[in-house]
Write a protein that binds this ligand. Sequence first.
Ligand SMILES: NC(=O)c1ccc[n+]([C@@H]2O[C@H](COP(=O)([O-])OP(=O)(O)OC[C@H]3O[C@@H](n4cnc5c(N)ncnc54)[C@H](O)[C@@H]3O)[C@@H](O)[C@H]2O)c1
Ligand SMILES: [Fe+2]
Length: 558
Amino acid sequence: MALGEQVYGYFIPTVNLMGVGASREVGNQVKVMGGTNALIVTDAFLAKSGMAGQIKEQVEAAGCRAVIFDGAEPNPTDKNVHDGLKVYQDNCCDMIISLGGGSSHDCGKGIGIVATNGGNIRDYEGVDKSRKAMPPFIAINTTAGTASEMTRFCIITDTDRYVKMAIVDWRVTPNVAINDPVLMAGMPPALTAATGMDALTHAVEAYVSIAATPVTDSAALMAIKLISENLRNAVANGGNMEARDKMAYAEFLAGMAFNNASLGYVHAMAHQLGGFYNLPHGVCNAILLPHVCQFNLIACPGRFAGIAAAMGENTGGLSVRDAADVAIAAIRRLSADVGIPTGLKGLGVKDKDLYIMAENAMKDACGATNPRTATMADIIDIYRGAMGESEEGGGSPGGEKKECCGDKPEDKAQCVAKEKENMYGVLRVNMSAKELKYEEVPQKYALLGGRALTSQLVLDEVPAGCDPLGEDNKIVIAPGLLSGTSAPSSGRLSVGGKSPLTGGIKEANAGGITSQKLASLGIKAVVLEGMPQGSDWHGIKITKDGAGLFNANDLAGK
Ligand SMILES: NC(=O)c1ccc[n+]([C@@H]2O[C@H](COP(=O)([O-])OP(=O)(O)OC[C@H]3O[C@@H](n4cnc5c(N)ncnc54)[C@H](O)[C@@H]3O)[C@@H](O)[C@H]2O)c1
Ligand SMILES: [Fe+2]
């Protein structure tokens, strides 16, 4: 949708206090808002450091009782929200003050929205699900990264699904946002770097977003400029108050941009890494950022050229396309300079989890405004590129790296190549692990095909008493023994498994050319086993080189 064809909103807290000493205003703000009993939501470190105690004293000096809840963990969870809510209710609180980085603010927002709307924090995943305003809310920021102190986003990990829920709701916008660089001066270099790169990611994703407007553009470009000029200094010398102050403005400007233009695949993908492995948000973003930019580049090279210029790169005389490349190189250099790890593999990310994370990333609300539309396979490719391995090192779960599934939207992480060109084998597809492998045909099955083979395999491998609709049942697909030859009427394809109706072995068969094709590809049988997580549909693509899974949601019901 182009500008001029729809209405764009602009969301921001009512009061925003910036600059050295801004946090000393908290007492006045509590008085203005009429709070009598505040819940201070923070994390264990900031409580122990004494920072939360200082804020509590200022709130109490303003005539408002205060109680500290220090249970906001990094990547805060639904459990943290509900623990905090209990403290809020037990102490009859009537306002919330979050103190910390994104985790404390998001936990406080989660508490606030459930306090007034009831239910469970999971009820609010999605866009504008609440019906009532939070209690009066002041957010005091201590990192220069997420901008959660001023956004309408609240990111909470669902501990059942290991997914970070994106709650996008204008009612979770704090009433007052305070950014005091003095509170940020104690951030160690690695935290400064990670949070600063998070802010850069916000600005870049907002600038290339399909929902960008001239208002968000100006904020995004200024944020990119300030981060490029000041992040290295802030990392090198945490006490450099000018660099800290500029970084505080930069993260706030980046927040102004993404709070309204939203984000893209970097965040959609980083949320999965945070939910799955509890990894630091800023580090995940920083690693993914150049890879997603590379993917997005053909959608908006002019925008990337603009980013290069905002980063202070000399793009004079370059074509737009070349200037766009300069932006990605500059992002990589900044990341390297401030010590961001080079790949996800070093953080413990495993190949086998890429499929489920990609599936969840495709559902994350942040992806909706990405400038280029990705398939599942694209997202997996981006994850794989960010793993930090050489081309040779990257491999499928089966250890093969050969492209085996042609150029269709296959999921390359979940494919297996044939070891021998003329192999005649059983293709086993484990849907729980999303793993495929070829097996030699056991001698006992050599003279079986079709119905005889499907039934024998079910008899041998499926426990007699299992639930036919449970994960122990298997579906076996086998061409007839003479399929793939010129023998007449030899093209039946048998499909067998334990029947939900009778509990016995049931077989059905079909004509057409599938059986002939499978047999001529050297497939004696395909054994489908296990049970996939989630509700997505999957397809299997089998070629002469190998086989792979792909997302088949677009085929469901057709
Ligand atoms: N709501 C939003 O708009 C939004 C946007 C982006 C990210 N997020 C979320 O924010 C979270 C990450 O927040 P974050 O990166 O600010 O980190 P964080 O809040 O998780 O804090 C990380 C660590 O830094 C410590 N810390 C915080 N301030 C410090 C200071 N001044 N000095 C020393 N240590 C300090 C904390 O105690 C904690 O141990 C993630 O859950 C992410 O998903 C939210
Ligand atoms: Fe972020």
